[in-house]
Design a protein around this ligand. Structure first.
Ligand code: AQP
Length: 332
């Protein structure tokens, strides 16, 4: 039966504490999505790099609580943990039989992370190469139309589209072809200490990253120490003045303004940083308050995840069964 609103799916990896980048780039779009969206703590993706099992478990619970605290309403959407729904890995294999080795080796994240791992002498897990295919399965299993993500995930959603189209051409129409939706501003929030690098939750550089649960004083300290430049005035130019542009993007995302227009209101960085700090503290205040309530009731969060997984299984199963049949397997 045709749906009258877009089906939305997206996920977050429990690889670190959730950041302002996750919130402004992705989670806020999830909260604003039409009813019936599916949002997932993609725990299997966290196993693609060196990990501590106890930490992944802890961060998975925390991510679920933070998504609820950010405003996801379990009455209006489905929130679940990826590893609770077997259909994702079931479908991933079929998509591995659809993808080529070359296209996965071209993924920017794979190239960057393997280069980093090799420099530090770490082994590169095979799953680091194949995980974009699992991500494609996450998305395609639900007949997803829209995938709200930050800029860094755009390439993986493009791969998902390519795989859906290829599968449909080879085996008959099976998958909806999804598209990435990015926020108008703050699609790539940069590290405050290194505004040419993304603010990533698995990075070690604490002072450059604002975490959702940072205390207001910590947020203010990090913003006030943000790296900018020595040029005069405040101008929005991502290429030549990335530090200022990042602060203006954050301010625009928090207040609903336009970064170029906002720049016109400042002569120097002191006042800009003060306003950014205040705006971020205000946006995060409610999230921190709600999180404190949810953290005191872990059983409620687990109940949401249990119900979410059951609903997700029911939605994914027929789609994945159709794919099994289409590719030539006997469905029991
Ligand atoms: N800095 C960011 N700005 C805007 N959006 C961002 N996202 C992540 N960082 C930013 C978006 O948040 C969603 C979930 O992100 P993720 O869990 O896939 O990745 P991460 O937070 O970037 O975590 P890692 O472990 O540090 O990831 P890697 O090393 O892969 O970059 C996504 O929609 C993402 O776009």
């Amino acid at each position: 039966m045709a749906r009258d609103t877009a089906r939305v799916f997206s996920g977050i990896k429990p690889t670190g504490h959730m950041t302002l980048g996750n919130y402004l780039g992705a989670v806020r779009q999830w909260v604003a999505a039409p009813d019936d969206g599916l949002f997932c703590v993609v725990d299997l993706h966290a196993l693609t790099v060196e990990h501590d099992p106890a930490r992944v478990r802890r961060l998975s619970r925390q991510a679920a609580a933070l998504l609820l605290a950010s405003g996801l309403d379990p009455e209006r959407c489905t929130l679940f943990v990826q590893s609770h729904v077997d259909e994702h890995t079931r479908l991933a294999y079929l998509l591995e039989c659809t993808a080529s080795d070359g296209e996965l080796r071209r993924m920017v994240q794979y190239k960057e992370k393997t280069a980093r791992a090799r420099t530090s002498g770490e082994q590169v897990r095979l799953s680091l190469l194949t995980y974009p295919v699992l991500m494609a399965a996450d998305i395609l299993a639900y007949g997803t139309d829209e995938v709200p993500v930050g800029e860094d995930q755009r390439q993986h959603v493009e791969l998902t589209r390519d795989l859906a189209v290829r599968f449909n051409q080879r085996y008959g129409h099976t998958f909806t072809v999804p598209r990435a939706t990015l926020p108008a501003v703050a699609a790539r929030v940069m590290n405050l200490q290194d505004p040419t690098s993304k603010m990533g939750k698995s990075d070690d550089s604490g002072p450059g990253i604002v975490y959702l649960l940072d205390e207001p004083e910590t947020v203010t300290r990090k913003v006030m120490r943000a790296v900018t430049d020595n040029e005069g005035g405040v101008v929005y130019d991502r290429a030549t003045r990335p530090g200022a542009a990042n602060l203006l993007d954050i301010l625009a995302a928090c207040t609903g303004g336009d970064p170029e227009r906002l720049a016109e209101g400042y002569d120097g960085y002191g006042a800009l940083k003060r306003d950014v700090a205040e705006a971020v503290v205000e946006v995060l205040r409610l999230v921190r308050e709600r999180h404190a309530e949810l953290a005191a009731d872990p059983a409620a969060v687990e109940g949401v995840l249990r119900a979410g997984a059951e609903r997700a299984r029911g939605l994914a199963r027929p789609v994945v069964d159709r794919a099994y049949e289409a590719i030539g397997l006997l469905v029991p």
